[in-house]
Design a binder for this molecule. Structure first.
Ligand SMILES: [Zn+2]
Ligand SMILES: [Zn+2]
Length: 479
């Protein structure tokens, strides 16, 4: 066997579809040493992958030995990318967790809140929690912050560089360069969840030329791999104006990180342009959303662009447990901005049953709503018909609206443009998409970008890659 055959990296995604993001990379060096690392360590949120009764609880274990993982790279702070870091620690991982400084700052509230939710859910179900707050604290202590564009040594022969990505403040695409004397380096670019724009951030149009010219394997997300950016109907503002014009109340369901701050800024711009009366109070509810909003205003690590720290609309009320009751019962016209984005968690669970029964009211979802969440259920219930919320049946009288205009992910055409910038593209491995979407997007890449090879990542296969691209693909066997 030549040295070329003895130097390779095996890559797999332990997540079949969109949530539970975690890539395993096993590097084999010619001197017979092996380095294992992971990129992201997320929680499965799709019901089909986290339901123990269905026999598919992927959350409780990893298809690798956590003690053998040398280090972890984190692309961004969404729970489906960092939510199982405490479990990794609980199972014996003690390496460094590399992220940007922004991701480190945002990880504190995200991971501690995740531990709290897990403890409360376990208590309700009378089962043992997946991990404890002490595991979460230990995981947080392993975070090692890096600067964008600074190449750092993460292992004896492995370097990593984080590049700005519009998905979230702190989010990164991560370049991993694995080298061995006398061998062509293996260059892997993990896109993470990717967006080419963000209203709070300055995002460079292209990666530096030294990256674009590398012989490269790109691990490409595909969440919106079958959606085009031009097909994005804007309706948020129109829906709000229509509802408020008739004296109605609008309730906007938001994700606590990213979407909440975007919606507050949109309301501010509507006030500034005279589309929204500043006399209408805006009630903002959700502890974690409040915390992230303060970080957007104050934390330098998030790199919020100049002029965007001042994004709060006039007449904004931060609602807490004690002031919530009056917001719930009053008939005064108002806007409510509340977590959680899909309606099934957070204070939205209290606002939705109350306001769904009111005729002159709009409930608006500004993000993806999974079919098994409250937001998903309301979609399929016609107006005037009963809907089950928790164990209560309510009549749906309010208008319920959905918009995808605030998506934090690039669409298919934008991802294709991203891939076209690489001059030395050897291989694209598609991941982070629903099964059919991944296949359709992989075909699209073959047609439009035409790299040497396109593969589809999942739990079934490992892809063996070296400095020349794909070596071979083989079935992954779990211990
Ligand atoms: Zn994300
Ligand atoms: Zn994701």
């Amino acid at each position: 066997m030549g040295a070329r055959e003895q130097f390779y990296a095996d890559i797999m995604a332990t997540h079949p579809e969109v949530t539970g993001s975690c890539h395993l990379v096993v590097v084999k060096f010619p001197d017979d040493t092996t380095t294992r690392f992971i990129v992201d360590c997320g929680m499965f949120q799709e019901a089909k992958y986290n339901d123990a009764e269905e026999g598919h609880d992927y959350n409780k274990d990893f298809p690798f030995n956590a003690e053998e993982i040398e280090f972890c790279l984190v692309t961004h702070v969404h729970v489906d990318h960092v939510g199982r870091l405490p479990l990794l620690v609980k199972q014996g991982f003690r390496g460094k967790i590399y992220s940007t400084a922004g991701t480190k700052v945002l990880s504190n509230p995200a991971i501690l809140d995740s531990a709290k939710v897990i403890r409360n859910t376990a208590k309700r179900k009378h089962v043992k929690p997946l991990y404890m707050e002490t595991d979460a604290e230990l995981a947080l202590s392993l975070f090692t912050p890096c600067q964008y564009k600074e190449t750092i040594k993460v292992s004896k022969r492995i370097k990593a560089t984080f590049f700005k990505n519009g998905h979230l403040p702190g989010a990164a695409c991560i370049l991993v360069q694995i080298s061995y004397p006398g061998q062509n380096s293996i260059n892997l670019l993990f896109t993470g969840d990717y967006n080419n724009k963000n209203m709070f951030l300055d995002i460079p149009e292209q990666l530096p030329s030294w990256v674009r010219s590398l012989p490269l394997t790109v691990i490409q997300e595909s969440t919106y791999g079958t959606t085009d950016s031009t097909s994005n109907g804007k309706c948020f503002e129109d829906n709000m104006i229509r509802c408020l014009k008739h004296g109605g109340t609008a309730v906007d369901m938001v994700f606590s990180l990213g979407r909440a701050q975007e919606i507050l800024y949109v309301l501010k711009t509507m006030q500034n342009s005279g589309k929204l009366d500043t006399g209408i109070p805006i009630a903002f509810d959700g502890n974690l959303a409040h915390y992230y909003t303060r970080l957007y205003q104050n934390a330098d690590e998030l790199n919020i662009k100049s002029g965007m720290r001042d994004f709060l609309p006039e007449n904004l009320i931060f609602v807490d447990r004690t002031s919530r009751a009056s917001i719930l019962t009053s008939n005064e016209q108002k806007i409510i901005v509340t977590t959680a984005g899909m309606g099934s968690y957070g204070p939205a669970q209290m606002y939705i049953p109350e306001y769904i029964t009111r005729k002159n009211c709009l409930l608006q979802f500004s993000g993806y709503t999974a079919p098994d969440t409250l937001g998903g259920k309301l979609k399929s219930t016609p107006v005037g018909k009963p809907v089950e919320i928790g164990s209560i049946i309510r009549k749906k009288e309010a208008e319920v609206a959905y918009t995808t205009e605030f998506s934090a992910h690039a669409k298919a055409d934008e991802m294709i443009a991203f891939l076209k910038q690489f001059e030395g593209l050897k291989l694209v491995l598609v991941n982070h998409g629903e099964t059919d979407t991944k296949t359709a997007f992989a075909e699209h890449i073959v047609e439009e970008v035409n790299p040497k090879c396109v593969g589809i990542l999942g739990r079934e296969y490992m892809f063996r890659v070296n400095g020349y691209g794909l070596v071979r693909q083989f079935s992954s066997k779990f211990k």
